[in-house]
Write a protein that binds this ligand. Structure first.
Ligand code: ADP
Ligand code: ZN
Length: 732
């Protein structure tokens, strides 16, 4: 008999798959989708079993161990992983490692499987003696097989009694897995079924038709904030389930949107439909259990953040991507995939529906709808005829504000408080002030490791780098001129909070940013405070714009719309439009109408005017004209190559080498090679950073160049790291 041979992707930066022999003793355990322990050079590494072959390959090493009792993914996932690895130019083993739940990548076993003991009645022939023992036997007679935990709840300490009963042969015991349940402590909410509006109905009909034909159908559900998109997701998913299919729902940073999970649970759990969640708010163990339940086929709906796009669901009929424009769908390091783009790919591979929803679709998504590649499903109005909030721009030019807030916004906040209504303020900057500035010589205090000023935190009396966490007690004297006039310049959320406390005595102010939500439960407490109306004014960074539907908010203020607009990135207009529209959409979602005030030094900017007019279409037209002229997405495709290292000359040398190698390869191809240029953040965590950008009108030419990257990377000198980012989102 010929040897059984496994094709394996190892969790290491290796550009090809390897073959190993499976020894007799492991033949029974090894399955496609299992993790293996295999030798690689002198090391032992984790590998993923992709396929079996029986070809004989000489001098193969043996698989040493099979790490999983049940496979972590099915055979059908392998093609998807391979496609993603190829598209993003990333080693297959690393792709799979990123896809699998955290905690499984090391050589260890990862999170354990919890077991519990189940007790059952063996014989009712004899009556036990003790009263507790008798009660237990009665209970088992009535309830059948019962977990130990349940008996403890009923009878307190049962250890001795159970032991006695077992010894007498009256009661038997068995072990079974006890899956960790992330919902155990979360009560089931109430489902509010609604009669779909005409727009919702039309959207659902398109979904149904696509499900009926079981074909790949990308759809864009473009609905203003509060137009009932979530209701469409719920019913679309239900349609898929009724056809015996499964559903995957992606949401941005799910820990921030427990509301959405709550609505899915309220609708589906009472119908016996099994829901699983996958997100970073779960413990490693919870995620491991969820993942295995999905792989076993024990989940009908999976809701998760970015990495849930890799959930091993079989028979997937629909993938929903909520807030498809959201930047958190793009992984920012390692395997830099985009979950929405992979959703489209997975849908295409499976012949499934892909429903992308947003109030502010990504330019690329709307473009595809314009081109007819994606079905366009508009929801033009808020539900129940609720109006969109009025948006006013406050012109700050030529004004010298005493603080952060201009008079109209101060007044509006006071009036809103007097009416007992809630307000929300967006200021996309943490800390008290973005930097300390010397009034004598103009010096700012900068991070020694990063090309950035240190943020000033007044309450902690600390200067801190928001990138590398370097911190420093603020100096009394200017480090450059020894002057005494170092003062905080500009404003962050902490300063805004202080100003509000003075402006609105007696009001309860909440602050939501990365600093105040570090501790577990802190974010939820702020959210609860908004729902219970304990908090009068919530200030925060973009976190406040996402995912929440606080019915009591009638006033939204944007403290500084310009900082986001002036960001050195071609997507800054798109991001700002989306952020401001989202935060404006938080106003007036309940019974009372809302009002939005935006402070800006540039009130004639097209982005702000489109936000004020709730006019996505004009924004799209204006922005796409600019993009087309520059050949930027959606009119062209980008790949960014980032080179970094401790030695600036080496990094620059490597960047030049790479750029010229690509120049040679690109001769005659419609690809532009831009750079090398220093990254906008030219130094970060002590590393120098340069980039080479590839830009092409068509993807095929770009991919031809990318194919050479593997060998080019091999030529990059020691001490320099080269990272490839296909369809980059963040190019800082
Ligand atoms: P979006 O996701 O577009 O922001 P939601 O789906 O959250 O909007 O809907 C906003 C609110 O309106 C929710 O409370 C929802 O239950 C309700 N709603 C949705 N569709 C309808 C409808 N057709 N009739 C009445 N209320 C609806
Ligand atoms: Zn730093």
């Amino acid at each position: 008999m010929s040897d059984l041979i496994a094709r394996v992707a190892v969790a290491a930066p290796l550009d090809k798959t390897l073959y190993y022999r499976i020894p007799e003793s492991l033949a029974q355990q090894a399955r496609v989708g299992s993790r293996l322990r295999v030798p690689l050079g002198r090391r032992l590494v984790v590998g993923y079993l992709l396929a079996f072959t029986e070809e004989s390959v000489p001098r193969l090493k043996d698989v040493l161990e099979v790490l999983d009792r049940e496979p972590l993914f099915q055979h059908a996932m392998v093609a998807f992983f391979e496609w993603a690895a190829d598209y993003y130019c990333h080693p297959l083993g690393e792709v799979i490692r990123t896809a699998l739940p955290a905690g499984l990548s090391g050589a260890g076993q990862g999170p354990g499987i919890l077991n519990e003991r189940l007790f059952f009645l063996r014989s009712a022939a004899e009556e036990p003696r003790g009263s507790k023992q008798r009660a237990i036997v009665d209970y088992l007679r009535q309830h059948g097989v019962t977990p130990e935990g349940q008996l403890k709840e009923q009878f307190g300490d049962v250890y001795a009694s159970l032991k006695r009963l077992q010894e007498q042969g009256l009661v038997g015991v068995e072990n079974r897995e006890r899956p960790r349940d992330p919902f155990a402590a979360v009560p089931l909410g109430e489902d509010c079924p609604v009669v779909p509006s005409a727009g919702q109905l039309a959207a659902l009909q398109t979904v149904e038709a696509a499900l009926e034909q079981a074909r790949f159908q990308p759809m864009l559900l473009h609905g203003v904030t509060g137009s009932g998109k979530t209701e469409v997701y719920l019913q679309a998913v239900h349609h898929a389930l009724q056809r015996g299919k499964k559903a995957l729902v992606l949401v941005p940073e799910i820990a921030l949107t427990p509301q959405l999970v709550g609505r899915f649970r309220a609708r589906f759990t009472p119908r016996g439909i099994r829901l699983a969640v996958l997100h970073s708010g779960l413990s490693d163990g919870e995620r491991y259990d969820s993942w295995r339940a999905i792989a076993r086929g024990d989940a009908d709906i999976v809701i998760g953040a970015r990495s849930a796009i890799f959930a091993p669901l079989e028979g997937l009929g629909i993938i929903v991507v909520d807030e498809e424009h959201d930047g958190s769908y793009k992984q920012g390091d390692g395997f830099r995939y985009h979950a929405r783009d992979l959703a489209l790919l997975r849908g295409q591979m499976l012949g499934a529906s892909v429903l992308l929803g947003s109030a502010t679709p990504a330019l690329t998504t709307f473009y595809r709808a314009q081109q007819g590649q994606t079905e366009y499903l508009p929801l033009a109005d808020r539900v129940m005829g609720r109006p969109l909030p009025g948006v006013e721009l406050i012109d700050l030019s030529g004004q010298r504000l005493p603080g952060v807030l201009a008079e109209p916004l101060r007044l509006a906040l006071q009036e809103n408080l007097e009416r007992g209504e809630q307000s929300l303020l967006l200021l996309n900057r943490r800390g008290f002030a973005p930097f300390l500035l010397c009034a004598d010589c103009g010096t700012t205090v900068r991070c020694p490791n990063c090309e950035i000023t240190l943020t000033y935190y007044q309450q902690q009396r600390l200067l801190r780098c928001n990138y590398c966490d370097f911190s420093l007690t603020p100096p009394d004297l200017c480090p450059a001129c020894q002057g005494t006039q170092l003062a905080p310049e500009g404003a962050g959320t902490e300063r805004l909070e202080e100003e509000l406390t003075a402006l609105l005595p007696g009001a309860v102010i909440g602050r939501m940013d990365r600093d105040t939500t570090l501790r577990k439960g802190a974010h939820q407490r702020l959210v609860d405070g908004m729902f219970s109306r304990r908090i009068d004014v919530l200030v925060g960074t973009q976190m406040v714009a996402k995912g929440h539907d606080f019915p009591g908010v009638t006033l939204v203020g944007v403290v500084n719309a310009d900082s986001a607009l002036n960001f050195p990135d071609f997507r800054s207009a798109e991001r700002t439009f989306s952020l401001l529209t989202q935060v404006a959409g938080r106003a007036g979602r309940g019974d009372k109408p809302g009002r939005v005030l935006i402070q800006t030094y540039d009130p004639s900017h097209y982005v702000l005017n489109c936000v004020a007019g709730h006019d996505y279409r004009s924004f799209y037209d204006e922005e796409s004209t600019l993009r087309e002229a520059l050949g930027y997405p959606p009119f062209g495709h980008l790949v960014n190559c980032l080179l970094s290292g401790n030695d600036e000359q080496r990094v620059l040398g490597a960047a030049k080498g790479l750029a010229s190698a690509w120049e040679n390869l690109a001769a005659g191809l419609p690809v532009e090679i831009l750079g090398p240029a220093p990254c906008p953040l030219s130094r970060l965590r002590g590393k120098w950073r340069w980039q080479v950008l590839l830009k092409a009108g068509n993807r095929a030419a770009l991919r031809r160049l990318l194919r050479h990257f593997v060998s080019l990377r091999g030529e990059v000198p020691k001490g320099v790291t080269a990272i490839i980012d296909v369809d980059p989102v963040d190019m800082l």
